[in-house]
Design a protein around this ligand. Sequence first.
Ligand code: NDP
Length: 322
Amino acid sequence: MHAIQVSHTGGPDVLEYVEVETPEAGEHDVVVKAHAIGVNYIDTYHREGAYPLPLPFTPGQEGAGEITQVGSAVEGWSVGDRVCWAMVAGSYAEYVRVPTDALNRIPESIDFSQAAAAMLQGLTAHYLATSVYPVGADTTAVVHAVAGGVGLLLTQMIRTKGGTVIGTTSSAQKAQRGLDAGAAHVIRYDEEPWAKRVDEITDGRGVDVVYDGVGKDTFEDSLGSLRPRGTLALYGAASGPVPPFDLQRLGGLGSLVVTRPTLGHFMADASERAWRTGELFAAIESGQLEVSVAATFPLADAAGGHRAIQSRDYSGKILLLP
Ligand code: NDP
């Protein structure tokens, strides 16, 4: 089979399309023929060596496809089942070995591309809005990069719960995407001091929560945009990592809460994963949640997918198609 391999870290060109052994199912695994594979920011960190992995490795964390082989101890799964997964290393491949405890059944009305696109970013949006800061009808939230993969899904989820979203983004087209997803306001943070606008919009009160996947460029103003006892959920670093920070400052800024959550801790066991995935699929099936695929690239051109996600030119999910 073909897979993407990284034998030395670097730019998108280190993503090589190579021939490797097709995986065999272990006792508790299945093998899935992938139909759609998600590109995520973390894949670029692995490729660049910012989060080092032993070399060589196959990048990728999520996908969707059909089971072609079932391990001897596996119960409840059969060849031909339509499944999707998140947080399974080595997903940029035509066939992926997936442990049963990472498998989710895809509802009939959801296609492989939607399922793959919903996994990592959708589950992230879900834990941010339900568990990191449980959004309610009286919540006002800043969502940075509102037209991004997580941003569009998170905005829709907050709207469904009755909350108000103030989004930020870097182009007029993306601003419209944020408004279409349900943001009440979208601020062009490339054009104006966004925190000042948040202050005006909230009549100086500040917001309850800032969801910040941008990091270095937004962190300081994110703190300044919060109401007393507000929460900053720093869940990513698309603009670079936040420098070391003196916790003592949080008192003077209003007894703020700052958290740096990561998806693995919010899918701690099978029941939590099933709950989040179930709510995600139910929202897609009911039409409450639209999963938007921005672009697809052949698996062989994984480099194109990485350039796309790092370019800021796309709004929504980037997929690789084997
Ligand atoms: P996006 O589709 O949101 O892409 C990132 C966006 O960040 C860009 O589109 C851009 O939006 C914005 N951005 C701001 N500054 C920069 C910059 N200097 N370079 C590039 N982009 C920039 O990606 P995802 O939805 O996949 O991920 C969003 C964030 O969430 C990432 O930081 C990712 O690592 C993180 N993440 C964290 C998880 C967790 O559990 N902690 C899980 C999944 C993702 P704009 O043009 O509007 O500024």
